[in-house]
Design a protein around this ligand. Structure first.
Ligand SMILES: Cc1cc2nc3c(=O)[nH]c(=O)nc-3n(C[C@H](O)[C@H](O)[C@H](O)COP(=O)(O)OP(=O)(O)OC[C@H]3O[C@@H](n4cnc5c(N)ncnc54)[C@H](O)[C@@H]3O)c2cc1C
Length: 499
């Protein structure tokens, strides 16, 4: 991994074929595909890699069942293809998830409609990845502890994919860096011309020369467009989505959802050993960086989840963590829940290619659509998404579980790091404490924090505890843990000396 000072020096000293502004899942994949096709690429993010929308999603790599309602069959087919691809390219980090649509009498969708929808869904995938079965209310309740059974007509069970979105983005950044891209987080583009940008990092400002630039800044897409063209008409409006994390009841291994109309649904999904509840869809205006979870958002998520789950499962005092993300939707009137989820590309007067909208699930396709819009002088030929596994996922790890690593921690490590687990084990060889838990009750170990600092560009304690590990989202990021991570970040001798 390049040090930050080396990366800054390279940014200042070279003229890149492509500058990518924003390293969420989309910008990272644009950089990954471009670098693999031979372009010299710089990828910068104002915050952390994946630190905005791409670590605040519902974590579903979904086949797009809900788009059937809007008749968008192309998006359904594309989502299904991409779900299959991601399951292959990052096995474990992207995994299968049993998903159940609970059908209540007087609900938005009846059982017959659901059956017809799932038939069409299966047909669109050529019946490759999609299976579905109807469960009686008793069978549905057996899969989802706490499920309300009054008025429950049936449960329709099918399959979705799921990921840790922050780590998927990070793996994509690693892929871009391995392919030669110069990557830097906590480095914002603050000025943008036709062939040079000014990047501001805590270390100072540098000018970065480029032949083409992509604006993949998600909710900030219009802000970055205005750096190129102050008078441009906004492309997007924003919609806030809030999620809550609660303890996962024993035996709760199937996600459950009920449709709420439009593209809205309430869902309760097992994720990282916790229960993820979501989500809202409310128009948001103002500074994207200031989006917060408000008490009314919490009320809404809890209230909607309570339509299908009992109080033992869904209760305010059980909440361990909350987060808010912003969808960038096409500008225009009407409810945000009915706005298109398709992505769209815009080319500015000086050639800046801006991308907005779309889904985490389809990010590989989005990246290719973006690269197609590059000026001919840099556009790679024969563009199609790379089918190379992401770093860490080309082959299984060589190492075996050390006796002092809990089985739950071990499977957590294998899923999130794949064969990079071998590098984590190496920390344990120097310092046995490295394989001990960062916080009691969570699966993350100190070797992950060391690896985050040395090999994964972590700059702040939040980078380590919220995105590279799952410590904060479990409510385990105590001041003591943070202080210890701060000491690791400040550099210095081995882990035990940091205790
Ligand atoms: C509530 C919610 C739930 C969702 N659930 C799902 C789901 O379950 N499945 C799914 O497939 N999709 C889901 N999505 C959609 C998905 O999360 C997004 O499509 C995706 O994360 C967008 O990624 P992005 O790279 O475009 O944007 P972002 O991840 O927001 O990345 C943009 C980056 O640009 C950076 N940036 C901004 N300005 C600058 C600047 N001046 N200089 C440098 N960098 C800059 C930011 O720091 C940020 O990191 C959900 C979205 C939301 C909001």
């Amino acid at each position: 991994m390049l040090s930050r000072s080396d990366a800054l020096e390279m940014l200042a000293g070279r003229r890149f074929d492509l500058l990518v502004v924003g390293a969420g899942i989309v910008g990272s994949r644009v950089a990954y595909e471009a670098a693999q096709s031979g372009l010299s690429v710089a990828l910068v993010d104002a915050g952390d890699f994946g630190g905005a929308t791409s670590s605040a999603s519902s974590k579903l790599v979904h086949g797009g069942l809900r788009y059937l309602g809007s008749g968008d069959l192309r998006l359904v087919r594309e989502s299904q293809t991409e779900k299959s691809a991601l399951l292959r390219l990052a096995p474990g980090l992207v995994h299968r998830l049993p998903f159940m649509m609970a059908i209540y009498r007087h609900g938005q969708i009846g059982s017959r409609q659901m059956r017809a929808g799932l038939m069409l869904y299966g047909t669109l995938s050529g019946f490759r990845e999609v299976w579905a079965s109807e469960l009686s209310p008793a069978a549905a309740a057996a899969r989802v502890p706490g499920l309300r059974t009054e008025d429950l007509e049936a449960g329709w069970l099918y399959e979705e994919g799921q990921t840790n979105d922050g780590r998927l983005t990070l793996a994509t950044v690693k892929g871009a860096a391995e392919a030669g891209a110069v990557v830097l987080n906590h480095a914002a583009v603050v000025e943008l011309g036709s062939d040079e940008a000014v990047v501001e990092a805590p270390e100072g400002r540098v000018g970065v020369g480029f032949r083409a630039a992509v604006n993949a800044s998600g909710p900030w897409v219009d802000h970055v467009r205005r750096l190129e063209d102050p008078g441009c008409v906004p492309l997007v409006r924003l919609s806030k989505g809030v999620h809550l994390l609660l303890p996962l009841p024993a035996g709760f291994d199937t996600a459950v959802s009920i449709p709420l109309g439009g593209t809205r649904a309430t869902f309760a999904v097992p994720w990282e050993g916790m229960l993820l509840l979501g989500t809202t869809d409310t128009g948001y205006e103002g500074d994207a960086a200031a989006a917060r979870v408000e008490p009314a958002d919490v009320d809404m998520v809890l209230g909607e989840a309570a339509l299908m789950l009992g109080e033992d499962v869904v209760r305010r005092d059980l909440i361990r963590h909350t987060y808010a993300g912003l969808r960038a939707l096409p500008a225009g009137p009407g409810e945000t829940a009915r706005a298109s989820r398709e992505h769209f590309v815009n080319v500015g007067p000086q050639g800046l290619v801006s991308i907005a909208g779309g889904k985490l699930t389809t990010h590989r396709r989005i990246a290719i659509d973006v690269l197609r819009e590059l000026p001919e002088r840099v556009r790679p030929r024969g563009l199609r998404p790379s089918n190379r596994p992401l770093p860490g996922f080309a082959h299984p790890p060589q190492g075996r579980r050390p006796a002092d690593v809990e089985p739950a921690s071990w499977s957590h490590l294998i899923d999130h790091y794949g064969s990079e687990v071998d590098r984590l084990l190496a920390y344990g060889a120097h310092d046995p404490e490295a394989l001990g838990p960062i916080a009691a009750g969570g699966p993350d170990v100190w070797a992950q924090a060391c690896h985050a600092v040395e090999n994964e560009w972590a700059v702040t304690a939040e980078d380590v505890l919220r995105r590279r590990t799952t410590v904060s989202i479990r409510g385990l990021g105590t001041p003591e843990v943070e202080a210890r991570v701060d000491r690791l970040l400040a550099g210095g001798p081995g882990l035990s000396q940091h205790g």
